[in-house]
Write a protein that binds this ligand. Structure first.
Ligand code: ZN
Ligand code: ZN
Length: 151
């Protein structure tokens, strides 16, 4: 069962359009992973072949502004989107750029206290664990003879 985003949209004074519902559905189904705008366009076209990339991009922006989506762009390969389901952090694969949400936040009261002792009012923080996912690690093990000797 998909939660209804219609009420959510309406409560933000935003019209419910089939495009917006579709984007939210796509991101809901990939809850543990973030997606790039292009991936979302690809999946959206499977359902609505006439949808233009521009329409998807515009709606992604709107949904981010409303706070229904979170936009992440720290990895340097374009923006990633995910449903804003509350606070969490990510494991980021340096090989395939996959991001997986983890239910852990290092921003505990100790860190907060330290910041506050420096007279610092904390507004936001970032925490990412970077490495290689199982798929990429398996690929790296098999490939020394297929990539021209580069490790
Ligand atoms: Zn990977
Ligand atoms: Zn956190």
């Amino acid at each position: 069962m998909l939660p209804s985003y219609d009420k959510e949209l309406q409560s933000h004074g935003c019209k419910v359009t089939p495009q917006r519902s579709l984007i939210l559905d796509i991101l809901h189904e990939s809850l543990a992973h973030t997606m790039t705008a292009d991936e979302i366009v690809g999946l959206a076209r499977e359902q609505q072949p006439n949808i233009s990339a521009g329409t998807v991009y515009r709606n992604l922006n709107t949904l981010c502004e409303l706070g229904l989506l979170k936009c992440l762009d720290s990895v340097g390969d374009g923006r990633h989107y995910e449903l804003n389901t509350g606070h969490h952090h990510h494991l980021v694969c340096l090989g395939c750029r996959q991001r997986v949400a983890i239910d852990f936040c290092p921003m505990n009261s100790e860190v907060r206290d330290l910041a506050e002792k420096s007279g610092f009012a904390v507004e936001d923080h970032n925490f990412e664990i970077k490495g290689y996912c199982t798929k990429c690690r398996a690929g790296a093990k098999r490939s020394p003879d297929t990539n021209g000797g580069m490790i």
